[in-house]
Design a protein around this ligand. Sequence first.
Ligand code: MSP
Length: 602
Amino acid sequence: MGKFYITTPIYYINSVPHIGHAYTTVIADALARWHRLRGDDVFFLTGLDENSAKTLEAAKERGFKDIQAYADSMANLWLSTWRLLEISNDDFIRTTQERHRKNVIELFERIRSKGDIYKGTYEGLYCEGCEAYYTEADLIDGKCPLHLTRPKWLKEENYFFRLSKYADALLKHIEENPDFIQPEARRNEVVNFIKQGLKDISVTRQNQQWGIDVPGEPGQKIWVWFDALINYLLPKKYWPADVHIIAKDIIRFHCIIWPSMLLSAGLELPKRIFAHGFLTVEGQKISKSLGNVIDPAYLVEKYSADVVRYFLIREVSFGQDGNFSEASLEARLNDELADILGNFVHRVLTFIRDRFNSRVPEGKVDRKLEEEILQRVEKIERLLLELKVSQALDEIMAIARRGNEYFQSCKPWEAIKKEKEKAADCILSCVNLVKILCVSLTPFMPEAAAKLAKQLAIEVKHWNQAKAFDIRPGHVIGEPVALFAKLKKAEGPKEKLISIEEFGKLDIRIGRVLAAERVPKSKKLLKLEVDLGREKRTLVAGIAEKYAPEDLVGKNIVVLANLEPAKLMGVTSEGMLLAAEDEAGVSILVTDRPVKPGSKVR
Ligand code: MSP
């Protein structure tokens, strides 16, 4: 088998990972896992683009003086997210690493020695978000089409890269290698752009404090994109990459600048660049300011890594734009993973356990079914070679659907009463379908597939196991367990909401703390004497780990006044102090001016 080197973009660390990043990374991971299963020598690289001016800004914003310490903390966060999502990358590159700096300098010098880097003055419109210069024609209403901000006019003395020199060679390469840029729409976009003519680009920046120095000229930093693209050269023995997976936002960097740099340096070009579409969240662009950045870790905790992986790959036809919504994720979990896949697998395995004492029965395989399924597996293989991941997963689910139909049509639970052989034939074919599902799902949902392999009592070692009905009579299976728990249908919004009358039942009032002391022998509890306007009350609150008694006296707190009294460590609490809680502990609610004690909160 061959080598397979696959990459994702290296992500900026000014923000946290969201499902857009997870989308690219999960897809690259499924492809990497599939090639490993085929026996290919795989290298899967992902990592972080840390030398951006955005890093410096974000670090300062968050009060870090040590920028590298900020970068390290973000690297931990990104890595832990990828671990949660079962990402099986072989290396994790960070552009602040010395090994990367060395590669960058080496390539810069190599291109310079070819006469393709020269000094000049640059003047133009610069988008700080993209860290790139634009021409008027690139802008929409004078704004950067990606960041919707007005670029600044910048004039600098920089080093330039002779991009213009490579336009013809690049066009020729794209023409001769129709798979080089995919999908086709993106390829056409790139071709049209090159045909309009390429200008040389500045590849260094003046007056920047963060980034890689141009050798011998500390006043000049290497442009972050020139620097970042070189990350792909890290595993030298695997170059050229078999595929760079990116999204459509960064095709010009990957399909024009990067190949031109490589042509200049005399290195091979990547074999394929696949630019997928963009995900929205509930129909909107993912953005910090819209507050719709979904943390993949939250989704993994709620639904499991496999369900999130399945949804991301399955929901959007790879290459198209798509939308993320938790409601559609839940629908796919219930309707596809639980009802189709989980149901089929569980019916077959429990039947073997209950009716055949966990032993696959003697019988005859349905040859027609076998042929049909093996053809489907061939199709899955073809689709995966063409990077059509969502379609491949769809085809796998079609096998599960076919399995359910088959099981349903031969009714083994009835046949077993009169025609035991018929039931045995059916089950022998079905258990082979379950095995094929197990093998073919391994790259997509590694945890569920491993669970299933255990139930089947098989070891998944090679993709070829998906190409045979080789579970034989007599094979003893393990204990069947449900693979996916179905979520209860979310209650309609009416049932979840409460009426204003219901809210009115809560008597919430402002209280002023008159005195406070620790409850003896308790680490957590404080006893408060509170003025509630017409009356004084004693409250017991579990806030002693965060507040000293003297911090509270005189404060206006919020009290649920009509709560049944309760005794805590021997002290009766006549109401409840309201507080919020997060990882940092509790925080009491207070009013922002000294409201009169006893005032009602509505
Ligand atoms: N640092 C550069 C890439 C340098 S690669 C040499 C960068 N970083 S980024 O953090 O902005 O990541 C961009 C990539 O993240 C996209 O190309 C895509 O892979 C992924 N996505 C970010 N938002 C996305 C969506 N909303 N939808 C799908 N993918 C998204 O650009």
